[in-house]
Design a protein around this ligand. Structure first.
Ligand code: SF4
Ligand code: SF4
Length: 311
């Protein structure tokens, strides 16, 4: 575990100013949003500064790019993944993507360190085209997870995708939390698709619970603003103002609830690494518990009931 002044490994979730996307998902504020050349240049400057920061660190770093919109269609993000993957002190580099962009950049990367969090958007891309992209990743030897938002209108596409994807590819389903909830039958069916689905259906009452976000994981914006996670708005400081170690310490969660995978996986009570291992940031379950994730589901159930993780 990281402690102030003696960081050994830090997970960094980076979200730069980029906020555009080539897709038009109806539930997304970035759908078909375009940016000017100056806005792209601004994003590139921020990314370059962040990469220089990673280069300079003496401790191990893992990076997950969580852009507003689609970043992997941009050459600068492709180059960033390649660059980071070759740094000896970078353990893993991952990015959330709709998988619409070219993938040949991966040939130049240390693919053992790269993971893609690929989301399938029915209606924006046909299944055959998306599967061809997955096959390309398999041929390149790039690890990836595939996911779908669990809207009821997506159920047929989810079923077809699971049937068509190679068995080794994990298909996650994100609970559509504004959709009025799921029936027990729907939860059972979706759990047959994604054995970890139930964990994502809940809002965990995390206020006061231990969470390593802000200790061994941080969220960073393009201007260097550091937060413990994407969901607690109060900044801890700025990445570029001094050693980040000064910002890191154990803190209980201040939010009433935590409901996103990129948040609750940092609650130590869950021991998400047991299921995900090195695939944690790209949501690829590679840990020893993945073969039988019942213990992870049980820990999540305990967290839901307000147990586990309280100091
Ligand atoms: S692909 Fe992602 S970023 Fe783009 S419109 Fe859809 S949900 Fe939004
Ligand atoms: S429990 Fe979730 S909301 Fe709370 S600090 Fe951790 S990641 Fe952030």
């Amino acid at each position: 575990m990281a402690v102030s002044g003696s960081v050994r490994h830090l997970n960094v979730l980076y979200r730069g100013p980029l906020s555009s996307c080539n897709y038009a998902c109806p539930y997304c504020p970035f759908a078909k949003r375009t940016e000017s050349a100056e806005e792209h240049a601004h994003d590139e400057r921020a990314l370059t500064r962040f990469l220089a920061w990673v280069d300079a660190q003496a401790f191990d770093v893992s990076v997950l790019f969580t852009p507003w919109g689609e970043a992997l269609v941009r050459a600068r993000y492709q180059r960033a993944l390649v660059h980071l993957s070759h740094l000896p002190h970078v353990r893993q580099v991952a990015i959330q993507t709709n998988l619409s962009g070219r993938l040949d950049w991966a040939r130049d990367a240390d693919r053992a360190k790269v993971g893609l969090w690929a989301t399938y958007h029915p209606g924006e891309v046909d299944e055959a085209r998306f599967l061809a992209r997955c096959a390309e990743l398999d041929a390149l030897g790039v690890r990836y997870s595939v996911g779908v938002v669990g809207k009821r209108s997506h159920f047929p596409a989810i079923e077809a995708l699971r049937a068509a994807l190679p068995a080794h590819v994990y298909l996650w389903v994100n609970a559509f939390k504004t959709g009025g909830g799921y029936t027990p039958e729907e939860v059972a069916w979706l759990s047959g698709i994604d054995p970890l689905f139930e964990v994502n259906t809940r809002r965990y009452p995390t206020r006061g619970a231990a969470c390593t976000a802000g200790e061994s994981a941080i969220s960073v914006e393009g201007d260097g603003t550091v937060r413990r996670c994407h969901f607690v708005s109060r900044p801890l400081g700025n990445l570029y103002d001094g050693p980040v170690e000064a910002l890191l310490k154990p803190r209980p969660c201040s939010r009433a609830s935590c409901e996103c995978h990129i948040g609750y996986v940092h609650v130590p009570h869950l021991n998400a690494a047991g299921v995900y291992g090195d695939g944690l940031l790209a949501r690829i379950p590679e840990g020893p518990e993945w073969a039988a994730p019942e213990a992870y589901l049980a820990r999540a159930q305990l967290l839901l009931r307000g147990g586990g993780g309280r100091p």
